[in-house]
Write a protein that binds this ligand. Structure first.
Ligand code: NAD
Ligand code: UGA
Length: 480
């Protein structure tokens, strides 16, 4: 039986639901795409007439919203209405690490997925294809199916005729390049048992994705492939960061090592940038989920292997704050450090698990006065992440006075006048605008001896060469 999809509902208007559904709406003008969320504020931002207010910053997203919103793309809090009219429902809700109970600190908390499945069970009509878009532990589809068909939900006679098929269709977009990744995916993965349902989802993607990039697997392979992809990517980052530390100790240069190994086509050149440690909402949580699953199935060595990727990443973040403290004579008390970037990578306003959080906390703990700048992250978010309100200091002289107290942070709206009397500058996010900074000019403003710490390798060493700034960059052993 050929199933034609006319009406899609996506539960969850977050970093995945919003951009993914926008691209589907853009590429499939004959399908009505409705994105629902319980969060009223988020939905009202998605509906804001000012496109700068969209809750997510992604290059290219605002243009699509402008083209499709209120045509075949709706953002709404009316979960019931749009579930009941949908032929296909994507579950794209958050799946963070469980904070308490069995598996706390490792397993995924599936309460939002379960709540979504219960809503679908309650409101869906006719035959509905339910698609797992969230990243989920292996065999979650079984749980979803059980909820959808549970007796409790079928007790209402009107719903008895509802039928469901569950598919896994994990999302591989990366933040900052979400729209590009969605429009040009390396692959689309669809796991399932029912050929008609799989074909219906495949036909949606075929509107813009070449058929040879649409992979079909069994549902468990699809669920596990998503966790595995993130684990492999994170493992590469930890691997290159470990080699970076060794480069600094031995006189090698991590960029040269990365280039040399990246030329090997079996290794490849991508994802070999040493940095302050991986962040983002998913790498850590997905690896910990893999660790939990491995432990659950009695595979202790497998669990230990993957866990080391996460423990190394944490060690690496502490390593960076320790070395900054060491270079600044072992004490940061009363020292001004300008921090460039707080997002976990450039081109996003997302700070979840950003390496900047741990590193800044450590520096504040050492007594530093941090002046934090990020072109896309607002000060409320930074305050939340650091669990510390900023000191809003208007007068410059007052700033200087308070600087001597140390152990606080302030927000920098712009870089104008940011470097006056700074002891150090620390690059934590690779925003393009930081590459353009005139270090000669900055050097004149800083207190001596002054330091530039580049944890992202974005500053051209030549531009710092003839200044009075001491320069450290990640994985650069040439400075020995
Ligand atoms: P998010 O927190 O940005 O968005 C999730 C949204 O779901 C929230 O707005 C929340 O209010 C809403 N929600 C939760 N329960 C709901 C319910 N019962 N009904 C309606 N709305 C509900 O999360 P995200 O970053 O979009 O991630 C979603 C999933 O996608 C996660 O499983 C994540 O691992 C996966 N993923 C994320 C990325 C990424 O780059 N962020 C990439 C690939 C996969
Ligand atoms: C990652 C994956 O790349 C996506 O495929 C996946 O869909 C997504 O997780 C998810 O499941 O959430 P994302 O976290 O958005 O995407 O960003 P990445 O580009 O993967 O970067 C993750 C972290 O690793 C960032 O902190 C980044 O700065 C760091 N990184 C990345 C490096 O330090 N070096 C590199 O070479 C690459």
């Amino acid at each position: 039986m050929k199933i034609k999809i006319r009406n899609i509902c996506c539960i969850g208007a977050g970093y995945v639901g919003g951009p993914t559904m926008s691209v589907i709406a853009d590429r499939c003008p004959n399908i009505s795409v409705n994105v629902v969320d319980v969060n009223k504020e988020r939905i009202s931002l998605w509906n804001s007439s000012n496109l700068d207010d969209l809750p997510i910053y992604e290059p290219g997203l605002a243009e699509i919203i402008k083209r499709c919103r209120n045509k075949n793309l709706i953002f709404s809090n009316d979960v019931e209405k749009f579930i009941s009219s949908a032929d296909m429902i994507f579950i794209s809700v958050n799946t963070p690490t469980k904070q308490k109970g069995i598996g706390a600190g490792k397993a995924s908390d599936l309460k939002w997925v379960e709540a979504s499945a219960r809503q679908v069970a309650l409101f869906a009509k006719g035959h509905t294809i339910v698609v797992e878009k969230s990243t989920l532990p292996v065999r979650t589809a079984e749980v979803i199916k059980e909820i959808l068909y549970s007796k409790q939900n079928l007790s209402n006679n009107k719903r008895c005729s509802s039928t469901f098929e569950v598919l896994s269709n994990p999302e591989f977009l990366a933040e900052g390049t979400a729209i590009y990744d969605l429009e040009n995916p390396d692959r689309v993965l669809i796991g399932g048992e029912d050929n008609d349902a799989m074909e219906a989802l495949t036909n949606i993607y075929k509107n813009w994705v070449p058929s040879n990039k649409i992979l079909h697997t069994n549902i468990w392979s699809s669920e596990l492939a998503k966790l595995t992809a993130n684990a492999f990517l994170a493992q590469r980052v930890s691997s290159i960061n470990s080699i970076g530390a060794l480069c600094e100790a031995t006189g090698a240069d991590v960029r040269e090592v990365a280039k040399a190994i990246g030329y090997d086509s079996r290794i490849g050149s991508k994802f070999l940038d040493a940095g302050p440690g991986f962040g983002g909402s998913c790498f850590k949580k997905d690896i910990l989920n893999l660790v939990y699953l491995s432990e659950y199935f009695g595979l202790k060595e497998v669990a230990n292997f993957w866990n080391s990727v996460v423990t190394f990443n944490t060690w690496h973040q502490h390593r960076i704050s320790r070395l900054i403290t060491k270079k600044l004579f072992g004490t940061l008390s009363g020292k001004k450090i300008v921090v460039l970037g707080f997002a976990f990578k450039s081109n996003t306003n997302d700070t979840r698990e950003s390496a900047a959080i741990q590193i800044c906390k450590n520096l504040i703990e050492e007594g530093a006065a941090l002046f934090i700048h990020d072109p896309r992250v607002n000060y409320e978010q930074i305050a939340k992440d650091l669990n510390l309100k900023p000191l809003f200091l208007s007068e410059k002289d007052e700033k200087a006075k308070l600087q001597s107290l140390g152990g606080y942070w302030d927000n920098l709206e712009s870089l104008e006048n940011a470097f006056e009397q700074a002891d150090a500058v620390l690059v934590l996010t690779e925003w393009a605008e930081y590459k353009k900074i005139d270090w000669k000019d900055v050097s004149n403003k800083m207190r001596k001896p002054s330091w530039l710490f580049d944890s992202r390798s974005i500053i051209d060493p030549k531009k710092v060469e003839n200044t009075n700034i001491n320069f450290w960059r990640i994985g650069d052993g040439l400075q020995l």
